[in-house]
Design a protein around this ligand. Structure first.
Ligand code: ADP
Ligand code: MG
Length: 266
């Protein structure tokens, strides 16, 4: 088993309020891990720590013999960590192709990237990524006319072009239609063949589709980890998270009702 990430004793306090308190967390190479938990559990803060946006008061996060906590955001990107935030931030007035071109690994600045011919290797990489994220037919459309789901996929594609070893993806399915959500699940499973991925998600149907190891965060701490089956039968998880069946998230979606993760019968 090869670990890509080992997190120990990481704590983050905001004005004395402990938002994150992780004793131990590890991720294997090419693992796709799902992090769930109620609003305010510290999920986004965890990703903020891993990408260098927030510095914890204590702890370490070791990747490739380096401690991410001692590096700045740029150094963490260079080490191979790609972060996808909740809201898509693509260039709406540029085409899908140009967005992908700008994200491609190159030593050129923005203007020379846009106005010089891309190398064949860059074009091949863009075509491959566009196919992976299902945007081949939209390469010449301006990004502004894409659906919300397609914008999210474009941004994931832009991340992939940086060829990160570890991808951090915060609530990709938020605001998506059921069909887009399912496609996103398929995309993550495909990407997990080449990358390690941590994905935060609220939508239990989506989590079940991924069918991977789940980490439950609650009040900053890891409540438990394991298969979906283990999680949904854990009395503490049911009591503190899944049992809150009437809760809605910021998109008005029901949050993790027990019935929505009911065990299969028969
Ligand atoms: P989640 O993503 O699980 O919903 P967050 O990580 O966003 O939770 O937030 C965890 C807790 O930390 C929340 O109580 C939130 O209000 C608080 N918090 C997050 N970021 C900040 C910040 N920059 N300053 C103060 N409090 C914060
Ligand atoms: Mg969050």
């Amino acid at each position: 088993m090869n670990l890509i990430l080992q997190v120990e004793e990481v704590s983050v306090s905001f004005d004395g309020f402990k938002a994150l308190d992780i004793k131990y967390f590890e991720l294997e190479e090419r693992e796709l891990r799902v992090v769930i938990g109620p609003n305010g559990a510290g999920k986004t803060t965890f990703m903020d720590v891993l990408c260098g946006k927030t510095k914890p008061q204590t702890g370490s996060a070791i990747m490739a013999d380096k401690d991410l906590i001692k590096l700045n955001e740029k150094q963490i990107v260079d080490l191979g960590v790609g972060r996808k935030f909740q809201t898509p931030s693509v260039f709406g007035s540029l085409t899908v192709w140009d967005n992908l071109l700008l994200a491609s690994k190159s030593n050129r600045g923005i203007w020379s990237t846009l106005f010089h011919k891309p190398t064949e290797a860059m074009r091949d990489a863009i075509d491959r990524v566009a196919a992976t994220v299902g945007l081949t037919r939209h390469l010449s459309s301006v990004a502004a006319i894409l659906s919300h789901g397609q914008k999210q996929w474009l941004e994931i594609g832009m991340l992939i072009l940086q060829d990160p070893k570890l991808l951090l993806i915060d609530e990709p399915a938020a605001g998506m239609t059921d069909e887009e959500t399912e496609k996103t699940g398929e995309l993550l499973l495909e990407l997990a063949k080449r990358h390690s991925i941590i994905v935060i998600e609220h939508d239990m149907e989506f989590v079940r589709q991924l069918a991977r190891k789940v980490t439950v965060l609650c009040e900053g701490r890891i409540l438990t980890e394991g298969s979906m089956e283990k999680i949904q039968n854990d009395p503490e998880v049911i009591e503190r998270y899944l049992g809150r069946s009437k809760r809605r998230d910021e998109n008005g979606q029901p949050v993790a009702a027990v019935t929505a993760v009911g065990t299969k019968h028969g």
